[in-house]
Design a protein around this ligand. Structure first.
Ligand SMILES: Cc1ncc(COP(=O)(O)O)c(C=O)c1O
Length: 355
């Protein structure tokens, strides 16, 4: 197994710090399934406050939050979930929408993972009938993962959610990186969340916890979510150990997100100066960088492999594009190392073109 020196594959690949582990060790615990784990309860209280929601439930993962939220909101098999074509539950969750939620995806060709109210009008406002699948949920991802960490503008969110609610369609926010958006825009998590019937945040990404996400909504929504959490074997017993890592991350790592974003922007700016790379620096809004390689001689897979040999892990999205996610474990020295490595790989391969 390769041990990467610098891992930019995902912000889920952060290592829990010594202090976080210590906090986890010392957590007070009880039976989560019976609502008796004091550290889980504390986390739920903090998240309800943060998101301005009535109730919440602790989950092992963001994938489970999406799956259970969709399962609760979609009542009739075949209901439509409207989401972007790059949305995580559509492309990276093992058929979650059809398999677990028993629903159908209706995907929109958004720009960097973001779509407009006009794009969903035809499906939301279409006349309904017994022979037509019913639009049931509009789901957005704040920030967009495969859209390159783009932040959904509040106005777009408001327009989409108002239209959806006018037509009795539920709204769901995959907030895997909602805290990144909050850190960058200073718009509160509660303001972003108030337009959604269900919302969740992940602690294993920007907060650096080893595991844990919280799904929030109304009391009746969370009661239903508990039903499916049990059904899927998600009763967590003494989960306070995990919740303590989440609370630690929220308190100590969340305040570092803006610094992480400035690291990503710095690396993007450096990369923009390389002749074989195409990147819109102003599109790097948070901690995700997606860049394109201009020359066919230098495929994204080749660069991914060449970086791997130097102990650096990135993700080739296709033939030309590479994704890198900056996180807590990445220092300025690491960024310089990544930049030098990309420079070297490009120059070696394209020597004749560049000189
Ligand atoms: C936008 C988005 N949603 C959902 C998930 C799934 O989260 P988890 O890894 O906690 O299951 C991810 C993971 O990267 C993600 O980026």
């Amino acid at each position: 197994m390769i041990k990467y020196k610098i891992d930019l594959f995902s912000d889920t690949n952060t290592n829990p710090s010594r202090e976080m582990r210590q906090a986890m060790c010392e957590a007070e615990v009880g039976n989560e399934v019976a609502g008796e784990d004091p550290t889980v309860n504390k986390l739920l209280e903090v998240v309800c406050d943060l998101l301005g929601k009535e109730a919440a439930v602790f989950m092992p993962s963001g994938t489970m939050c999406n799956g259970i939220a969709f399962r609760v909101l979609c009542q009739r098999p075949g209901d439509l979930i409207i989401l972007d074509q790059t949305a995580h539950p559509l492309i990276k969750a093992s058929g979650l929408i059809s398999g677990l939620a028993q629903a159908q995806p209706y995907w929109i060709e958004g720009k960097r993972g973001i779509f407009s109210v006009d794009q969903i009008k035809p499906v939301i406002c279409a006349p309904q009938g017994y022979n037509i699948s019913r639009p049931r949920v509009v789901s957005i991802e704040q920030t967009t993962n495969f859209g390159g960490g783009a932040i959904w503008p509040l106005k777009t969110i408001q327009e989409i959610c108002h239209l959806a609610h006018d037509y009795d369609v539920y709204t769901h926010m995959d907030g895997a990186r909602l805290l990144n958006a909050v850190a960058e825009t200073k718009i509160s998590a509660a303001e972003y969340s108030k337009y959604f019937d269900s919302v969740w945040i992940d602690f294993s990404k920007s907060c650096g916890a080893p595991i844990g996400a919280v799904l929030a909504g109304s009391k009746s929504f969370i009661d239903e979510a508990w039903y499916y959490k049990f059904q899927q074997g998600g009763g967590l017993h003494q989960a306070g150990i995990l919740a303590a890592g989440c609370l630690y991350g929220l308190q100590h790592h969340y305040p570092r997100l803006q610094e992480i974003h400035s690291h990503a922007k710095r690396l993007a700016k450096l990369l923009s100066e390389l002749p074989f790379i195409k990147i819109a620096v102003n599109e790097v809004e948070t901690n995700i960088i997606i860049f394109e390689i201009k020359y066919p001689e230098l495929s994204a897979l080749y660069v991914e492999q060449a970086l791997r040999e130097k102990g650096i892990r990135v993700l080739a999205l296709d033939q030309t594009r590479i994704r890198m996610i900056i996180h807590l474990d990445i220092s300025l020295v690491h960024l310089d190392e990544v930049f030098s490595a990309i420079c070297e790989i490009g120059e070696q391969k394209l020597k004749s073109k560049i000189i």
